[in-house]
Design a protein around this ligand. Structure first.
Ligand code: SAH
Ligand code: SF4
Ligand code: F3S
Length: 472
């Protein structure tokens, strides 16, 4: 196993680079009468959301003021995703739209960060076809933002190398979007190489933060009043693998659960092959651990699961699922499903539907398979035509809607403790929030402050939401 570099942003080289950029920002502020502004745009998963909070944090520490308007920005960072073709297309199209901003503001710096730019063909494409992009910054080197900015300011040339590192950076400044929900990355990378997935290629090898660093961060968040804390990793329940300390994910969760305070602990994403009974027992006995388990199934066919390189079959999945439900009857279980994986026959797809009926997930995220350059599945024979995948996708959604609705029926007339997220985006007369099971709950706006708990008596259920009245 390759040594993991442990880097502190308070240490010499990064701290020096930060100070240099800070000098530039001070000069900018003196000349222009305002601080330079940074706009960060995020695509992709929660890991990217957490990374963007660090990008903003580092920029702020270097004198940039965060802004929501790209037109006003002096530094634009696009944090990209490569999981499906659609995600890459959207990112590239947005980057294309920033060309005219650069024409207006010659001093504007544009950086493209994250998963997409770790792929060489995308770096080449950006270098050749997007001449107004100043630099790229891959996922494992995001903490090099101060260094790349100071280089850029000193040398003026475009920077398109991407020397990925097997590193963990601590003490990275962070600007969190919310004052009550927080993301805490506990491990990085993925070693699973599911045959369809780009993540192992763009996020590097699995590496875990030290347990004391994670515990200190969560303690600090609880002390600051954060009420909903999600531990993140591409394969979160393989935390600690290969580390000398011998603390696995269940052990870490148990230690975090022992922290005093009024907060919920969540985690994602778990791989079924690493979902141990020990972990379920820790959850069942926990005080703070939310009764929600996201456990991607991907397919209900054993033949497809083998081709996906998932390392479990239907029986093993159901074994752990049944154990969870037995230990925690109020547990919500959600999942990810891919339709149209190469070679998926009608019979394979029927098996996925059968698993949905058997597993009765509270919710699923479903995806049409998207071939990713460089992954084994992209080379497999028997790619499924678009129309076939689209038809299967519709059938999957329809079945899941029925299941989700019936899974929510027993919640009628129950009281749900909900963390308020504020006014609903679709109906301004309503507030929305999430309960412990991570279900969305709506109730008439009664002035409950954002980030506060409310108890809601449920009087109507839908497949994707619960509705009710606040209990006085
Ligand atoms: N590490 C997590 C998240 C991976 S990305 C996990 O293992 O679950 C989230 C989901 O995207 C995956 O669970 C999978 O369902 C889906 N996905 C990944 N690669 C895909 C691809 N090439 N095409 C379609 N969906 C994909
Ligand atoms: Fe991708 Fe599989 Fe790793 Fe999840 S576990 S990130 S699906 S390779
Ligand atoms: Fe996308 Fe990278 Fe997350 S590819 S899903 S942003 S790990």
């Amino acid at each position: 196993m390759r040594e993991v570099d442990r880097i502190s942003l308070k240490a010499d080289a990064p701290a020096k680079a930060m100070a240099q950029v800070r000098c530039y920002s001070d000069a900018f502020a003196a000349a222009r009468g305002r601080s330079p502004r940074v706009f960060v745009l995020t695509f992709g998963c929660q890991q990217n959301v957490a990374d963007s909070e660090k990008l903003t944090g580092m920029a702020k520490a270097m004198g940039y003021e965060p802004t929501d308007a790209p037109d006003d920005a002096d530094l634009i960072l696009v944090n990209t995703c490569a999981i499906r073709e659609h995600a890459e297309k959207r990112a590239l199209s947005i980057v294309g739209q920033y060309k005219h901003l650069k024409e207006r503001n010659k001093a504007l710096i544009i950086g493209v960060c994250g998963c997409m730019v770790v792929q060489e063909h995308r770096r080449e494409q950006l270098k050749k076809s997007y001449p107004y992009v100043d630099f790229v910054l891959g996922t494992s080197v995001l903490h090099r933002l101060p260094e790349i900015l100071s280089k850029k300011m000193a040398q003026k040339r475009r920077l398109f190398g991407s020397e990925e590192e097997n590193a963990i950076a601590e003490d990275v400044p962070v600007v969190r979007e919310s004052g009550y929900r927080a993301w805490v990355s506990i491990m990085y990378g993925c070693d699973n190489f599911c045959s369809y997935c780009i993540v192992p290629y763009v996020r590097g090898r699995e590496r875990s933060r030290a347990p004391e660093d994670v515990i200190a961060e969560v303690k600090e968040l609880v002390a600051k009043g954060y009420k909903d804390i999600t531990l993140l990793g591409q394969n979160v329940n393989s935390y600690g693998k290969g580390e000398a300390h011998g603390i696995d994910f269940a052990d870490l969760l148990e230690r975090l659960d022992a922290i005093e305070g009024d907060f919920l602990l969540r985690f994602m994403t778990s791989h079924p092959k690493d979902a141990t009974k020990k972990l379920i027992d820790v959850m069942a006995n926990g005080k703070h651990i939310a009764r929600h388990f996201h456990l991607p199934l991907q397919s209900g066919s054993n033949a497809i699961l083998a081709k996906m390189n998932r390392h479990y079959d239907r029986a093993a999945y159901l074994d752990i699922l049944d154990y969870m439900r037995e230990k925690m009857p109020d547990l919500a279980v959600t999942s990810d499903i891919i339709v149209g994986f190469p070679g998926e026959s009608d019979a394979d797809f029927e098996q996925t539907l059968a698993m949905l009926r058997r597993a009765r997930f509270d919710m699923i995220y479903s995806f049409i398979y998207s071939p990713r350059k460089g992954t084994p599945a992209a080379q497999m024979e028997n790619q499924i035509p678009k129309e076939v995948s689209a038809e299967r996708f519709e059938r999957l959604l329809a079945l899941q809607e029925e299941i989700a609705l019936s899974a929510n029926q027993p919640l009628l007339q129950t009281d749900q403790r909900v963390l308020c997220d504020g006014v609903s985006k679709t109906d301004t007369g309503m507030l929305s929030g999430r309960n412990e099971q991570n279900k969305i709950v709506f109730w008439a706006d009664d002035g409950t402050p954002v980030g506060e708990w409310a108890t809601i008596r449920i009087d109507r259920v839908a497949p994707f939401a619960l509705y009710g009245q606040k209990r006085k």
